[in-house]
Write a protein that binds this ligand. Structure first.
Ligand SMILES: Cc1cc2nc3c(=O)[nH]c(=O)nc-3n(C[C@H](O)[C@H](O)[C@H](O)COP(=O)(O)O)c2cc1C
Length: 321
């Protein structure tokens, strides 16, 4: 096993990295490759300016990409030492990954790595079956292993409270014409390399919906067909809200999402209550947690397969040092 990353290994790792989730599938990342490693940077030209004015979403997305890089490099036999924000004065450089001592990948790394191409957001209704206790526990452990917490919202009253916070955040965002126009710009009705294809968008929202799905889809529901009545809602959070905390949250988010895929669970994300500062604080108080919520998720058993969002070509995201 090599003590340096090989060019082919680096490219394969970036191919895994770009499968990470991102706000509106904006893919706000660049990867600078050199003999010494991979630098992950925010691409300022790809940010949803209205939806992500402070680059919270870009840091979460790049953090998720870092987690995929870690898995790919570990599975290739040379894991990475990761330095978050290696140039403290440069806010756009998210992480530097350099070769660590070679070792065989663990079975857990192999399982999560193989889940990368199977993971995608599922915005459709899930089956009503409750998520098994051991699967919930695996998700909580996945967040903890990356220095984050995952709070499962338990009980109909608590779910109602979180849902009301999310709906009210959605109303605040929807009142802003610039926000609505930006959201529309990321919806794709014909083949594209970014944005959200309407087929991946889930059914058109209806007034009785408990959770506010973003209106990416065009399909209306058959009469009486609703979302699962008691969704499993979980909130991911970390200790603070610095740039480093947000990158940490991104890595934890991806570990949770891949663990869910590995447990045959489907997930959709709802970030409206994170994007509206007052809603985020209400959410934190409702959970009774220190630290900051970074993502809300709906988790359940969905139909396998389903449409996934496209990605740009891997070579378009790479800069060679
Ligand atoms: C920071 C962040 C915020 C997101 N917010 C939402 C959201 O509010 N609603 C939603 O349906 N998906 C949300 N997503 C999921 C993205 O739309 C999705 O990851 C992207 O379209 C790529 O698709 P994929 O997850 O299927 O690979 C979010 C993802 C990230 C990383």
């Amino acid at each position: 096993m090599s003590t340096t990353f090989t060019p082919a290994g680096l490219r394969a790792a970036v191919a895994a990295a770009i499968r990470a989730p991102s706000l509106h599938n904006s893919q706000p990342w660049r990867f600078r490759l050199s003999d010494g490693g991979i630098e992950v940077r925010i691409d300022p030209d790809r940010l949803p300016q209205v939806g992500d004015p402070n680059r919270w979403a870009a840091r979460l997305s790049c953090g998720a990409a870092v987690f995929n890089l870690r898995l790919a490099l570990a599975v290739a036999g040379t894991p990475a030492d990761v330095r978050l924000r290696p140039h403290p004065h440069d806010l756009d450089t998210v992480a530097l990954l350099v070769p660590a001592r070679p070792r065989p990948a663990t079975p857990a790394e192999q399982d999560l790595y193989s889940a990368i191409p199977r993971r995608h957001s599922n915005r459709r209704p899930f089956w009503p079956n409750p998520v098994a206790a051991d699967a919930r526990w695996r998700l909580i452990e996945a967040a903890r292993a990356e220095g984050a917490w995952l709070e499962m919202v338990i009980g109909a009253g608590a779910v109602q409270t979180v849902a009301e916070i999310a709906r009210s955040a959605n109303r605040v965002l929807e009142r802003d014409c610039a926000y609505r126009a930006e959201l529309t710009r990321w919806i794709r009705t014909s083949p594209a390399v970014d944005g959200i294809p309407v087929e991946a968008g889930g059914p058109v929202p209806e007034p009785q919906d408990l959770l506010p799905q973003r209106a990416f889809g065009v399909r209306t529901r058959a009469p009486g067909r609703d979302f699962e009545p008691e969704p499993l809602v979980a909130v991911l959070g970390v200790q603070g809200d610095s740039a480093t905390d947000q990158i940490t949250a991104g890595q934890a988010l991806q570990r949770v999402l891949l663990t869910a895929t590995d447990s045959r669970l489907a997930v959709s994300m709802l970030s409206q209550p994170i994007e509206v500062p007052r809603a985020r604080e209400q959410l934190r108080l409702a959970l009774g947690r220190y630290g900051t919520p970074q993502m809300v998720m709906r988790i359940g058993y969905g139909q396998p397969g389903g449409p996934s969002a496209p990605r740009r070509d891997v070579d378009e995201t790479i800069d060679l040092a």
